[in-house]
Design a protein around this ligand. Structure first.
Ligand code: ADP
Ligand code: MG
Length: 627
């Protein structure tokens, strides 16, 4: 074979400086690209063997990454199908894009290397991000093939000559450039391989490691061990998501979870994904125990394409409300060099998203039906996902309404159906609406909860970060149902009924009482009202209207309700005209009236955790004086 020189068919002077310059940040992906090319080559020869198109010895498949720090080279070798000189010209030289002008036009906007590499099929050429000379040394599987060698120094000039390989396969030799010497480090390469190659389907060898092996017995008959150097295979070739669920035990799933997230607590449960129509997808998703720190737990799903790691930013593939899940998704329908813009445009991605939502709903439904008690125990962890999903995805709501739980302050769980059944009789108002009472803070609102319970009303616990939104969305979805926080008005008026207790006070007396309390409360935003309640209900109750409070809470959470957020707080002060303290105040001397009224209001504020600072101090000294 004679040496041949030629030009790579790109009609521009030199695209490599552009590749180097613009793709510098992601340059570690050269190893992913070259190793996956090697894996492809090995799988192709296996397939040819299986099809009878190659009758020679396929042998043990192997890809090897070698580092030579002195020579400043990294070599990626495989025993795959190899290439003839003709094939090198065809697959390597004729770079797969229509024209340099298109490239130059597009690279300006490209955000990352993946985007360019994906768009232009430049996998192999990513080598030039880190090397200033690349050699291919290869021998094709084809009968009578001659070894071929290709070299290129990063210009568009290449050289093909006779190669030196004597066995089938390919070596890609990278002469690492001065700016990329960080890659001439064993730990650096190990780190990149761990990231991208950990689950590749062909063994990837990188260096050696020592292992202790049994080596005879000592004088006492105990086995002796010696340390020997063995090949370091960096990957697991059959990760669990490639297997059938029937062949896996719980321990297999838990082991795999440990392997992915070594320092995490055990997951609650998992879902094995497996579809081949209308798109191809496998994977295992785990429900973790939810921690306070949500952000730390996001971006834990790893996306693979045929076992090659692509990214752990799966934002567009996994529904937003499932971003806290952990695990892996593998889909060959997502190209290796996936880019953001591709994901947003791809219709498969939307289908994958819907599929995952459905699978998660099915799994939850199955757990709920199979063992209600165990499901209830997990509810504090999974409730957050379920509620978030119900708020954000209509389709998910429709499924989840049968297995979502409402929890009462007594820590009992009910399905929506069961709860309605439970409270309808006592908690339906005069307009036929069932009123669900809830608390966001059982400690602060204890007085109100007790008062409600005294009337045999049930109170729901809605104290998780998402419940504010969940309450609003429930009210929209459930028919003829209102949700009211237990302290949104005096207990008697929470559920409007026809029969109302009359106040024993005359109109004139009521007005006097109102006046006394109005002057005792010096703060703005408080409206006083005298109402007829039970004699043993609290003498003074301070409430904030349900609607107003909800709007304010949303504004606080940044719900775009700044109009409400900016409004001053306004409270209702309900004076129980039937309480004996009120008649005592009416009959007291003028100076005492004010003092007693102030004391009664402060006690109400105190019981609701609203009395603080100077007001609290004044209250304490006034109390001492009164004793
Ligand atoms: P892609 O892998 O997307 O086809 P690449 O630029 O990575 O694009 O590779 C171009 C082509 O070069 C491959 O399709 C394959 O035909 C050939 N090739 C690359 N590496 C090898 C290898 N190690 N063994 C055999 N052929 C290879
Ligand atoms: Mg490739």
């Amino acid at each position: 074979m004679t040496t041949e020189k030629g030009s790579i068919s790109i009609h521009t002077e030199n695209i490599f400086p552009i590749i180097k310059k613009f793709l510098y940040s992601d340059n570690e992906i050269f190893l992913r690209e070259l190793v996956s090319n090697a894996v492809d080559a090995v799988q192709k020869i296996k397939r040819l063997g299986a099809l009878g198109q190659f009758t020679g010895e396929v042998g043990e498949p192997l890809v090897e990454v070698k580092l030579d720090e002195k020579a400043k080279t990294i070599t990626i070798s495989d025993n795959g199908l190899g290439m003839t000189a003709e094939e090198i010209k065809k697959y390597i030289n004729q770079v797969a894009f229509s024209g340099a002008s298109e490239f130059v036009e597009k690279f300006k906007d490209a955000k990352d290397a993946n985007e360019i590499i994906g768009k232009f099929g430049l996998g192999f050429y990513s080598a030039f991000m880190v090397a200033d000379l690349v050699e291919i040394n290869t021998l094709s599987y084809q009968e009578g093939a001659e070894p071929a060698k290709w070299t290129c120094d990063g210009s568009t000039e290449f050289e093909i000559s006779e190669g030196t390989r004597t066995t089938r396969g390919t070596d890609i030799i990278l002469h690492i450039n001065a700016e990329s010497e960080e890659f001439l480090s064993e730990s650096k390469l190990q780190e990149i391989l761990d990231k991208y190659a950990k689950f590749l389907p062909v063994p990837i060898k990188f260096g050696t490691k020592s292992e202790s092996v049994e080596d005879g017995v000592d004088e006492e008959g105990k086995p002796k061990y010696t340390s020997v150097e063995v090949d370091n295979i960096v990957n697991t070739t059959n990760p669990i998501w490639t297997k059938a669920p029937a062949d896996l035990s719980d321990a297999d799933y838990l082991d795999f979870y440990k392997q992915l997230y070594p320092f995490s607590e055990e997951p609650l449960f998992w879902i094995h994904l497996n579809v081949d129509y209308p798109f191809n997808l496998t994977g295992v998703l785990y429900f973790p125990k939810v921690k306070e720190d949500f952000d730390m737990q996001r971006n834990k799903i790893k996306l693979f394409s045929r076992q090659v790691f692509i990214t752990d930013e799966v934002k567009d593939i996994v529904p937003e409300f499932l971003m806290l899940l952990h695990g892996v998704i593998d889909s060959p329908d997502i190209p290796l060099n996936v880019s953001r813009s591709f994901l947003q445009a791809d219709s498969n991605v939307k289908k994958i998203n819907n599929y995952i939502t459905k699978k998660v709903a099915d799994k939850l439904s199955e757990l709920f039906k199979a063992d209600r008690k165990a499901y209830e125990e997990k509810w504090s962890d999974i409730g957050l996902f379920v509620k978030y999903g119900m708020i954000s995805e209509e389709k998910f709501y429709d499924k989840a309404k049968d297995f979502a739980l409402l929890t009462s302050t007594q820590k009992t769980h009910f399905t929506f159906e069961e709860y309605k059944e439970k409270v309808s009789a006592l908690q339906t108002d005069k307009n036929g609406n069932v009123v669900y009472l809830y608390t966001t803070d059982p400690d602060k609102q204890d007085g109100f909860i007790q008062a409600a319970n005294k009337k045999d009303y049930d109170v729901l616990l809605m104290n998780s970060p998402i419940d504010n939104h969940f309450v609003s969305s429930l009210e929209q979805k459930l028919e003829k149902t209102l949700l009211k926080r237990v302290d949104s008005s005096v207990t008697n008026q929470l559920i409007e009924k026809d029969e109302q207790l009359e106040s024993v006070l005359s109109e004139e007396q009521s007005n006097t009482v109102k006046g006394i309390f109005e002057s005792a409360i010096s703060k703005p935003g408080y409206t006083v009202e005298v109402v007829g309640l039970n004699p043993d209900d609290a003498p003074v109750t301070i409430t904030m209207d349900e609607f107003m409070r909800r709007m304010k809470d949303m504004a606080k959470m940044g719900g775009g309700m700044s109009f409400y957020g900016n409004m001053p707080d306004s409270y209702k002060v309900a004076i129980n005209g039937n309480h004996k303290l009120v008649s005592k105040i009416l009959n007291a001397g003028e100076e005492e009236q004010g003092k007693f009224a102030k004391q009664a209001v402060d006690l109400a504020l105190l019981s609701q955790g609203m009395l603080t600072g100077a007001e609290l101090t004044a209250f304490v000294s006034r109390s001492v004086e009164l004793i």
